[in-house]
Design a protein around this ligand. Structure first.
Ligand code: NAP
Length: 327
């Protein structure tokens, strides 16, 4: 193991050093090269949750690299406002405004059908939208909100957009990125319907958030396995601890204590943009990234994912979204 690999792992395990702005300040001395200027020219990407924080920064970075950026949010007013901000920040940007509540599976179906009628090819899909509902609530289809927004909606969107993601094979391929969280390390996978949907009376906003972020990592790995060898890559990542409106609203105490050390949104966005723009090779079955490097999905003292639990979880996701069960 090289000295930088050891230092990198120490930063990662210490959490505070790796997840805050200290992490990228050190790691950028050895991490892989930036995407080349203009490298996304002629490419098309969709960024969900692009009306705030990390999603906005991802959209700006893609636009700077020359991509046509579809900025997706659930509020039409906000989407228009942020699209205008993006056009001002990057005057050459090609920006397309998209409105869809990602937690509403019917809305996802309608939006995907509409997009498939408008575009032939998609090179990047970043599932960045996220929230931490303090109380348990359900969507129109009766799914718990965090589960629907982090897992079911993005899964359905991935499946429905496969034709255009696959069409990128002749122009460099495409990448799908799930924006998970380091919080997922503290959460195990649930595999019963009541557990997955938090119908067992144990709902807690932070825990539900962490569990659905664990589900994203498991789901991304399953997608990567399903599509292995084709032109569509699927990865998950975590952005570290980033100063955003989401953090100040949902975790005000954490925001106050950690404030000076939090990364800026651009730094939280970095790995998602790098993954789509450079499409690095994953090794083995890990597809979980942070600061431009693969990371373990469980630590040594934790048990690895139980295969049977994973299959039960995936079956539930397929059934709830009416999508292929061919895992
Ligand atoms: N900031 C961090 O330290 C941190 C750490 C780990 C992981 N993350 C992850 O990074 C992602 C971005 O977080 P952030 O801190 O930038 O949060 P943020 O400032 O709250 O932004 C979240 C974005 O997601 C959108 N969104 C939420 N629910 C949606 C839905 N159902 N349909 C469509 N859009 C929806 C929001 O739209 P509205 O404005 O309309 O609500 C907003 O644009 C999230 O997935 C989060 O879990 C962040």
């Amino acid at each position: 193991m090289s000295a930088t690999a050891v230092l990198d792992a120490v930063l990662d395990r210490s959490l505070v050093l790796g997840y805050t702005k200290i992490g990228p300040a050190l790691r950028r001395r050895w991490w892989p090269a930036d995407p080349a200027p203009g490298s996304m020219h002629g490419k098309r990407v969709v960024v969900t949750g692009a009306t705030s924080g990390i999603g906005e920064a991802i959209a700006v970075s893609f636009a700077e690299l020359g991509a046509t950026v579809h900025v997706l949010g659930r509020s039409a007013d906000k989407v228009t406002r942020y699209a205008e901000r993006l056009r001002r920040a990057v005057p050459t940007a090609e920006v397309v405004e998209e409105v869809c509540d990602i937690g509403d599976l019917d809305a996802v179906r309608v939006w995907c059908a509409d997009l498939l009628g408008r575009v032939d090819v998609l090179h990047g899909l970043v599932h960045n939208a996220g929230a931490m509902p303090p109380e348990r609530a359900e969507t129109a289809q009766g799914h718990e909100l965090a589960l629907a927004a982090h897992v079911l909606g993005p899964h359905l969107m991935t499946e429905l957009l496969l034709p255009v993601l696959g069409a990128a094979t002749t122009t460099g391929g495409s990448s799908v990125v799930f924006m998970s969280s380091g919080g997922m390390y503290g959460a195990g996978l649930r595999d019963t319907e009541d557990g997955i949907e938090f119908r067992d009376g144990t709902y807690d906003g932070v825990q539900a958030y962490a569990r659905t972020k664990r589900m994203q990592v498991v789901l991304a790995e399953a997608w990567a396995g399903r599509l292995r060898g084709g032109g569509v890559r699927v990865e998950s990542m975590h952005p570290g601890w980033v100063a955003t409106p989401g953090v100040s609203e949902s975790l005000p105490r954490f925001d106050k204590v950690m404030g000076p050390l939090l990364r800026d949104a651009r730094s939280g966005a970095d790995t998602a943009v790098w993954l789509v723009a450079t499409r690095p090779e994953s090794s083995g079955s890990y597809h979980f990234w942070h600061d431009r490097a693969l990371r373990p999905t469980t630590y040594g003292w934790q048990r690895g994912e139980d295969h049977t639990k994973v299959r039960r979880f995936l079956s539930y996701v397929s059934a709830a979204t009416g999508t292929s069960a061919a895992w």
